[in-house]
Design a protein around this ligand. Structure first.
Ligand SMILES: *[C@@H]1O[C@H](CO)[C@@H](O)[C@H](O)[C@H]1NC(C)=O
Length: 137
């Protein structure tokens, strides 16, 4: 005779729920995520932006102060999406990764970048502040 204790029920319930918890932790693949890149270099400084994914060139954008470029894509839970941008102002080229699936999969749904002279800053939707923790390459 088999006795099913409440412990067993709890254990099997957790087993059934575990995959749901894992999936909901990432953005579902049907969700569109947006990336915004804003020129915060100062009034009068033009930002020339050129963003790419491996086989997808998003083109060259010229942004005046406070203007932003926006693009979107669908999240891929097991993907390795990588969007990188070349940024030129005052005749100098800088690089950085605006979206790296491994780094950003669990971050805010939309990514808002503020391009400053010393660093790119990323808006953190949890703290409602910009994090300036990355460097240009
Ligand atoms: C930039 O400067 C010009 C001239 O000083 C001014 O008219 C304009 O409002 C400024 N733009 C921004 C976004 O601050």
């Amino acid at each position: 005779m088999m006795i099913i204790s409440s412990h067993h029920i709890l254990f099997f319930s957790l087993l059934l729920l575990a995959p749901l918890v894992v999936v909901s932790y990432s953005w579902p693949s049907t969700t569109y995520r947006h990336v915004y890149v804003e020129n915060d270099l100062g009034n009068g400084t033009l930002l020339t932006l050129h963003c790419k994914e491996r086989n997808n060139d998003l083109g060259v954008q010229n942004l005046n102060y406070k203007e932003a470029f926006k693009f979107q894509f669908r999240s891929e839970i097991f993907g390795l999406k990588l969007y990188f941008c070349g940024l030129t102002w005052d005749g100098k080229l800088h690089w950085f990764d605006v979206y790296d699936e491994q780094r950003d999969l669990h971050f805010c749904k939309d990514l808002h970048w503020s391009i400053n002279r010393d660093r790119p800053c990323l808006f953190n939707c949890d703290t409602q502040k910009y994090d300036c923790v990355y460097d240009y390459k």
